[in-house]
Design a protein around this ligand. Sequence first.
Ligand SMILES: Cc1ncc(COP(=O)(O)O)c(C=O)c1O
Length: 283
Amino acid sequence: MSARIPVARPELGEPEWQAIRKVVESGWVTQGPKVEEFEKTMAGMCGAAYGVAVSSCTTALHLSLVVAGVQPGDEVIVPSMSFIATANSVVHAGATPVFAEVHPDTFNLDLDDVRRRITEKTRAIILVHQLGLPADIAGCAALAEEYGLAMIEDAACAIGSAVDGRPIGSHSSLVTFSFHPRKLVTTGDGGMILTSSEDYATRLRRLRQHGMSVNDRVRHAATSVVRESYLEVAWNYRHGGSPPVPRRPIQQAAGQPPDDPRSRGARGRRVERPELCGAPRGV
Ligand SMILES: Cc1ncc(COP(=O)(O)O)c(C=O)c1O
C-alpha cells in the first residue's frame, strides 16, 4: 500500500463558490473592488501601510526590484537555495543574481557569506523566508544599510509568520507574497507587495498596469472621457492571469477572507521566530 501525502492542497468549497459568484455577478472580473479590499485586508493583517496586488510573487519581486532602482548591470544577492523565481526576477530586471550560502539548519541566507559577495555592482539583497521560516530581517537590514543596498523580503511562503510578535510584512519597505495554491492563502495564482512607502505604492500600481496614469476603476466610474497618459514603459501584472474567466474571479474572491479565522483559505501555520530556530527536517 502506498500513501500519498500532498505538499499542500487548497481547501476550496461552498464559501469560496459564493464569493466567486458575487464577483462574477458584479462584472468586475479583473482588478476590481474586491482586489482593493484584499489589498487592504492583507496590509492590515501584516502591519503594512499599503498592499499592491499583482499577478504572482515573481512579478511582485520584479516590480520591487524596479522600484528599488535595480538596473541592467547591477548585481543582486539571493540565497543559493530558493524557488527559481527569486533568481529569475533579478534576471527579469536585467541584473545578475549572485548566489550566497544558506544556513544548513534554517535554509535561510547566511549573512556572513552575503557580506563576502558584496561588490561595487551590488545593488540589492533578496532575503527569502524559506518555507515560511523567517530569516534574519534585522541583520540583513543592518548589512544593507551599511553598504547602501536595497533589501527586498521574498515572503512567498510566509503569510502569517512573525518575528518577535510582529508579522512578516511590517518590518521593511518591500515585502512580496505569493497566493499560488501551494501557499497558505490562495487566489488561484497571484501575488502582493506590501510596502510602508506611499511613493513605492503609487509607482508599483502604475507599473502593474502599463504605466497608465489613471487606474481602471477611475476610468470606468468616469462620466466623461478620461484621457490617460502612459508615464513609463511597464507591464500588465494586474492581479489576475489571462482569460478565460473564471480564473480572475477566483483570484479576487478566494483571496478575500484571510482575516476571517473561519475561512479555509486563512488556515495555516504561524511561524514565530524568536531566534534562528531549526527548520523541520525532511520537508
Ligand atoms: C521563495 C519563493 N519565491 C517566489 C515564488 C514564486 O511565487 P509565484 O508562483 O507566486 O510567482 C515561490 C513559489 O513557490 C517561492 O517559494
